[in-house]
Design a protein around this ligand. Structure first.
Ligand SMILES: NC(=O)c1ccc[n+]([C@@H]2O[C@H](COP(=O)([O-])OP(=O)(O)OC[C@H]3O[C@@H](n4cnc5c(N)ncnc54)[C@H](O)[C@@H]3O)[C@@H](O)[C@H]2O)c1
Length: 327
C-alpha cells in the first residue's frame, strides 16, 4: 500500500510515517517546510528520525519513502504528485497548527487549513482515493460544557480562528463524501506530546524551560486540564483509523481518556527533571479553553486505546530533549 502523508516533516506526520514504513508500507511525504517553528527540527525528523534520507531526489536507499517539498495549496503540483505516485490512501496533516498564533495570523490559517484542505480533498477525490484520513482537533469542542467531549456534540462554537478552520475542514470533507463517495475520517487529536514534538506547544515548553531553569508561563493560574496524549498513541490510533477503511464521513476522537490537571503535569515534569519550576501565574489567554477531555468509545470500538501513562511519556520526552540538544 502506498500512503501519501501531508505535513510529513511535522511532529505527528513523521511519527506516523515511521510506523508505516516499519511495517512495510510505501510512504510519500509532502511538506512545505515552513518556518513557523525551528526548521532544523523538521529537517532532523526526516534525516535522523526517519533515517535513510540519502539522495538528492529525496528517495531513501530502500525506496520506502519519497519526499516532496511542496505546498498543499498548489493544486497543479498536488495533481502532478498524485498522478506520479498513485497513492491508495491519504493522511492529510499539513496545517498551521498553533491555537494562539492563529489569533495573530487568521488569514494565513484560513488559507492553509481551509484552502489547502480543499485542494487535497479535490485532488484525492479525482484520484479515487480509498480512504482520506485527516487531522481535525479537540479544539473544535470550544468551551463545551459536557465532559468527556463526544463526537456526537454539535461542536459548532469554536473559540479561535484555528479551531474554526478545523471545523470548516470537517464540513468540507463531508461535502466531498456526499458528492464523490470518497470515504473521509476526521481525527480530533487531543494535546499531543513526546519526542520530536512541537516547540511552540506548552507540553514542549514546560519541560524545556524547567530543564533550563527558565520561567514558565502558567495561564489561567494553572486551572486547566487536558487529555495529554503521547505521540506513539496518536500514531497508532491514526493507523487504526486508516486500516479500518470506514465508509462514509466519520469523526473520531483520538486522545487519552485520563484527563490530567495542568499543575499535575507540571509536577510530573518537575519530578522527572529533578528541579522546581519557576512559575509566572497569568490570566487565561484569548482563544484558549479551560479543559479538553476525550470520550474515546468510538475509536475504542475499532480496537484502539492509549497505552502510555503521562509520567512514562514525560520521561521519554525529557531523555530525548537532553540527547537532541546535547545536554
Ligand atoms: N500536535 C497537537 O497537539 C495537535 C492537536 C490537534 C490537532 N493537530 C493537528 O495535527 C496535524 C499535525 O500537527 P503537528 O503537531 O504535527 O504540527 P506540525 O506543525 O509539526 O506539522 C504540520 C506540518 O505541515 C507542514 N505544512 C504547513 N503548511 C503547509 C503547506 N501549506 N503545505 C505543505 N505543508 C505544510 C509544516 O511544515 C509541518 O511540518 C495538524 O493538522 C494539526 O492541526 C495537532
Amino acid at each position: 500500500m502506498k500512503i501519501l502523508i501531508t505535513g510529513g516533516a511535522g511532529f505527528i506526520g513523521s511519527a506516523i510515517a515511521k510506523r508505516l514504513m516499519d511495517r512495510g508500507d510505501r510512504v510519500v511525504l509532502v511538506d512545505n517546510f515552513n518556518d513557523y517553528y525551528d526548521l532544523q527540527l523538521k529537517e532532523d525528523r526526516i534525516r535522523k528520525f526517519l533515517k535513510g534520507y540519502r539522495n538528492k531526489r529525496g528517495e531513501d536507499k530502500k525506496g520506502k519513502f519519497t519526499l516532496y517539498r511542496a505546498d498543499i495549496r498548489n493544486a497543479a503540483r498536488m495533481e502532478r504528485i498524485f498522478a506520479k505516485e498513485k497513492p491508495g490512501k491519504v493522511i492529510h496533516l499539513a496545517a498551521m497548527a498553533g491555537v494562539r498564533a492563529s489569533l495573530e495570523n487568521p488569514v494565513l490559517y484560513a488559507d492553509v487549513n481551509v484552502v489547502g484542505t480543499t485542494v487535497m480533498l479535490d485532488v484525492a477525490a479525482k484520484h479515487k482515493i480509498r480512504n482520506f484520513v485527516y487531522a481535525s482537533s479537540s479544539s473544535v469542542y470550544g468551551d463545551c460544557a459536557k465532559v468527556p467531549f463526544s463526537e456526537d456534540e454539535r461542536a459548532d462554537k469554536p473559540v479561535s480562528p484555528y479551531a474554526a478552520t478545523k471545523k470548516a475542514t470537517e464540513l468540507l470533507a463531508y461535502t466531498y463524501y456526499h458528492l464523490y463517495k470518497m470515504p473521509v475520517t476526521a481525527l480530533r487529536y487531543f494535546t499531543v506530546y513526546g519526542p520530536w514534538g512541537r516547540p511552540d506547544m506548552g507540553v514542549f515548553k514546560f519541560p524545556e524551560r524547567i530543564i533550563n531553569g527558565e520561567v514558565i508561563d502558567v495561564y489561567n493560574r494553572g486551572k486547566m486540564e487536558r487529555s495529554f496524549t503521547y505521540i506513539d498513541d496518536i500514531a497508532s490510533g491514526t493507523i487504526v483509523a486508516l486500516d479500518a477503511d470506514l465508509d462514509g464521513a466519520n469523526v473520531l476522537n483520538i486522545g487519552n481518556d485520563r484527563t490530567v490537571k495542568l499543575m499535575d503535569f507540571i509536577k510530573a515534569v518537575e519530578k522527572t527533571v529533578g528541579a522546581k519550576a519557576k512559575k509566572r501565574m497569568l490570566n487565561m489567554q484569548p482563544g484558549d479553553v479551560v479543559r479538553t477531555s476525550a470520550d474515546i468509545s468510538k475509536i475504542r470500538a475499532l480496537g484502539w486505546a492509549p497505552t502510555t501513562h503521562i509520567e512514562e511519556g514525560i520521561a521519554v520526552f525529557v531523555d530525548w530533549y537532553r540527547a537532541y540538544y546535547g545536554m
